[in-house]
Each structure stands twice: as structure tokens, then as C-alpha cells.
Design a protein around this ligand. Structure first.
Ligand code: MF3
Ligand code: CO
Length: 260
């Protein structure tokens, strides 16, 4: 899972660095598919089944009010001031690495910048609770309090999850709830924490394509996710790109950057 996490994070990082106004989400998705080939890993999104529907693209690319599970399309062109959520979820040697980031395309308004910063910070706050013998609700409450304290809305229709040989395993990890409740974490458990945050309303609706979730308020939405391993005194983030050093250095530099 360390290898799968590193591959997923490196692909996500490279894709995010490519994003420019004028690109289509299909171009980004195809680049993602090529990187997966180069890394000799498989997309865990393409071919993912829900009911009788099969997810068609290598990655999930969700623009602005698209919350999650957007499909790469030739006619979805990014423009300056948009935000794009890039969700990369792969299988390597039979196990999954899953991670997501929402990035600005060109220059975004200060309020959108704040949405991205608060959502990313809420992810790290949640991660800091994922310790041996703590409970799922400790993560949930940390995320919810921070997001709502900043005046934004946590989405309740989608949750984080256990992860391993399959993408979605027990336990579910909601981004809302009460500390001290829910299943207990154990050293060695692999989980995905993934706050999804709207600006005004937590409500979402399904787009006509049957996959893309849209924010009902029509405003930009943010999503940050890491795969991590529960441990006793600090969690081990698995989705750190190649060359970014140890998990602690990475998380410290992230938090310092976010505080600035
Ligand atoms: N990271 C997403 C999740 O955990 C990946 C979904 S794959 C899709 O739900 F096929 F459903 F898009
Ligand atoms: Co996930």
C-alpha cells in the first residue's frame, strides 16, 4: 500500500502541475491514463461499477460546482478562475491508493482560495485524529467543526472509507459526527479521509450523466483526500508524491504553507 499510495500521489501531483486554462478535462484524463500505464498501475475508477453503470474515465475531474466523480470530457474546457478537483485512484499489486486535491485554474477569488485552504486544513486536522484506539467520530467531529466554524458546509452524502484490496472497505468515515463515537481505529488500518466542502448548502444533486455530483447552491466545491495508515502516535500518510521526503516532513511543510 506504500507503493500504491506513492504512485497515486505522484500521478496526482504531475496532473495538477499540467492544468492550464484552455485544457479540456478529457486531455487531463488521457494524460492520467498514460501516466498510469508508465507506472504499470491500473485506474480503480475506470470500470468501477455502481448499479448497472460503469465509470468511463481514468480519473475523476470535477469543475467548480461539480463535487465529485466528474468524467473527462472533450467539451469541458477549463477557464481562468475555475477550480478543478483531480481524484486519482489506482490499483498496484492488488491494493489501492486513493487521493484527491482541488486546485485553482489560473487566479481564483479570495473566497474560493479560502474554501480550498479550509478544506485542505480540515483534512490534516482529521488525519491527526486517526490514531490507534481513537474512534471514527474523532475524525468526523474535527473535520466538521473546523469547516462549519469557517462558515462552509460539509457534504454528508459522501464519506471517507477503509481501503485495501478494494476501494471502499469498512469503516465508513463521515466528515460529520461526534467525537468518542463510532468504530475504533487500530494500528495498521488503512483508511481514506476525504472532506468534501460546499460554500453555502451541504446539499448535492446528481447530474444527467448519472455520475457527477453537483452542489445544489451552484457554487464551487472542494475535495481533498489522502490514504493513510493508522498508528500509535502519528498516522502515516501513504499518498505522498515521490521525492517529497518523509510523511512528517511533508505534513509539516503542508501545514506551514497553509498557515502562510
Ligand atoms: N476517490 C473516489 C472514491 O473514493 C473514486 C471513485 S471511482 C469512481 O469514491 F469510479 F466512482 F469514480
Ligand atoms: Co476515496
Amino acid at each position: 500500500m506504500r507503493n500504491a499510495g506513492r504512485s497515486a500521489a505522484t500521478i496526482l501531483d504531475r496532473l495538477c502541475r499540467m492544468v492550464r486554462p484552455g485544457m479540456s478535462t478529457l486531455e487531463i484524463d488521457e494524460a492520467g491514463g498514460e501516466m498510469m500505464r508508465d507506472f504499470r498501475v491500473k485506474s480503480a475508477c475506470k470500470g468501477y461499477r455502481s448499479g448497472n453503470r460503469v465509470f468511463p474515465s481514468f480519473t475523476c475531474l470535477s469543475i467548480n460546482d461539480e463535487v465529485v466523480h466528474g468524467i473527462g470530457m472533450p467539451d469541458r474546457i477549463l477557464k481562468d478562475g475555475d477550480v478543478l478537483s483531480v481524484d486519482v485512484c489506482i490499483r498496484e499489486n492488488g491494493v489501492i491508493g486513493d487521493n484527491c486535491r482541488t486546485i485553482p485554474v489560473g487566479t481564483v477569488s479570495p473566497e474560493i482560495e479560502r474554501l480550498l485552504k479550509i478544506t485542505e486544513e480540515s483534512l490534516y486536522l482529521g488525519i491527526s485524529q486517526a490514531l490507534h484506539k481513537k474512534r471514527v467520530g474523532d475524525v468526523s467531529q474535527a473535520v466538521q467543526e473546523y469547516v462549519e466554524g469557517a462558515g462552509f458546509a460539509v457534504i454528508t452524502n459522501f464519506v471517507g472509507h477503509g481501503v485495501g484490496r478494494t476501494l471502499h472497505e469498512e469503516p465508513q468515515i463521515p466528515n460529520f459526527g461526534n467525537a468518542g463515537t463510532g468504530p475504533q481505529f487500530r494500528k495498521g488500518m488503512a483508511i481514506c479521509i476525504e472532506p468534501m466542502v460546499n460554500m453555502k448548502s451541504p446539499q448535492i444533486r446528481m447530474a444527467k450523466d448519472g455520475w457527477t455530483a453537483l452542489a445544489v447552491d451552484g457554487m464551487p466545491s472542494a475535495h481533498f483526500e489522502h490514504t493513510l495508515l493508522v498508528d500509535e502516535d502519528k498516522p502515516e500518510i501513504l499518498t505522498i508524491p515521490e521525492g517529497e521526503g518523509e510523511a512528517d516532513e511533508y505534513i509539516n511543510s503542508k501545514l506551514a504553507g497553509l498557515a502562510a
